[in-house]
Design a protein around this ligand. Structure first.
Ligand SMILES: [Zn+2]
Length: 101
């Protein structure tokens, strides 16, 4: 798998290959907890201004998110594109024109 031009679907399949068995043993509840703890690590890296760690932690967060999606048989690429593929899901514009709150 080339690091360039990889689709989210390919990333999710890659996570299935790498961690699918472990994810199944852990189950969705505990995988979700790990995913949430990873959010804390992202926040921690951001607060510390550690940009190298921040990128790595965001990668970990995506990996846990894809594991969680694999367990629930959610195709994140499909769901994401259905929601955001044509722009903002609220105003339906390619560049959001919703009132800024
Ligand atoms: Zn909008």
């Amino acid at each position: 798998m080339s690091p360039c031009h990889v689709t989210l679907r390919e990333l999710q399949d890659s996570m299935m290959k790498t961690y699918g068995d472990r994810d199944l043993k852990r189950g969705p509840e505990r995988t979700l907890l790990w995913m949430c703890s990873e959010v804390g690590e992202v926040v921690d890296a951001y607060i510390k201004g550690d940009l190298d760690s921040l990128g790595a932690e965001l990668g970990d967060l995506l990996a846990w998110m894809l594991s969680f999606c694999n367990l629930l048989k959610i195709n994140l690429e499909e769901v994401f594109m259905n929601r955001y593929g044509s722009g903002c899901p609220k105003c339906s514009k390619p560049v959001c024109e919703c009132a800024y709150i």
